[in-house]
Ligand binder design. Structure first.
Ligand code: AMP
Length: 279
């Protein structure tokens, strides 16, 4: 397994792979089973003659809170061991300085899908995401990349970036991987106190319990009640949006998404559920 810390080394590596297809799995590390399933999907997609590269980079540009960035877990040694076990071909784990030159001044701004949900409460987050993902596409020369549906707004924005900038990268969307109690796996889960960890399955429970309710205001109230009944410090948002435009949806005549972001102390967790159109 190759371990690269410099973008130029990744470029030299992929040029040496000639026409091999390359699948990228971008991550911020602290790898859990969700990430590993993405890696396995990448390996399956690329086949025996392709290459899989994982990036591990806690991208400062996408963090809007200094504490969230400084407390983000960074178990690089464990992550590399897991990548080795999964037999990935290469890992790219750059230092901040090798990704962002002093005085870097160009970023990618998505202007529509990023207005609401996480974009509304995390200013600059999706510009940071788009910028780093575009850089990773350019550096790795990947032909495809695997993203988790868990971050569904991120997935929609990356797909929009690919369309609007004509990027020759195929996106593979992988379903949310959950703990047995339903909590969506996340690198941030390790930062929950034991009592918050025990309470956190209520996020997904609130969404699944509300999903059968057809009237949107009642559906949101039902989910909100379950969220507020527990130990959640505060709800960042609980919204029902159109699955395609991500704009608030007042009814369920089109496929839609019920999405939540909540805080346990300073740990922010997100989850969502896809809802079919009701006619
Ligand atoms: P992160 O390291 O949190 O930036 O995530 C890296 C990639 O893994 C993103 O495409 C995420 O959507 C995906 N991912 C994270 N957690 C999960 C999960 N529980 N299930 C599926 N994909 C996930």
């Amino acid at each position: 397994m190759h371990i690269f810390s410099q973008p130029s080394d990744v470029v030299a590596w992929r040029l040496s792979q000639q026409t091999c297809p390359i699948v990228l799995v971008p991550t911020m590390g602290a790898l859990h089973r969700g990430h590993l399933e993405l890696i396995r999907e990448a390996k399956k997609t690329v086949g025996p003659h392709g290459r899989v590269i994982i990036s591990i980079f806690v991208n400062p540009l996408q963090f809007d809170r200094a504490l969230d960035l400084s407390s983000y877990p960074k178990p690089l040694k464990d992550d590399l061991a897991l990548c080795e076990e999964e037999a990935v071909d290469a890992v790219f784990c750059p230092a901040e300085k090798s990704m962002y030159a002093d005085g870097h001044s160009i970023q990618i701004h998505e202007t529509l899908l990023s207005r609401g949900l996480c974009g509304a409460t995390r200013p600059g987050h999706f510009s940071g995401v788009c910028t780093v993902v575009l850089k990773l596409f350019m550096i790795t020369g990947c032909t495809a990349a695997v993203f988790g549906c868990k971050d569904f707004q991120q997935l929609a924005i990356i797909q929009r970036m690919i369309r609007d900038l004509n990027l020759p990268v195929k996106i593979i969307a992988y379903p949310t991987v959950r703990e047995t109690d339903g909590l969506a796996m996340s690198s941030r889960n390790t930062r929950l106190t034991p009592s918050h960890r025990a309470d956190a399955p209520r996020i997904y429970q609130s969404l699944t319990a509300a999903a059968p309710i057809h009237e949107v205001p009642q559906m949101i109230s039902a989910a909100e009640k379950i969220l507020l009944d527990g130990e959640i410090t505060r709800i960042d948002y609980l919204e029902h949006v159109d699955a395609e435009t991500l704009q608030p949806a007042l009814n369920r005549t089109r496929p839609s998404v019920l999405a939540a972001a909540v805080y346990y102390d300073d740990v922010r967790l997100i989850d969502h559920i896809d809802l079919p159109a009701i006619h």
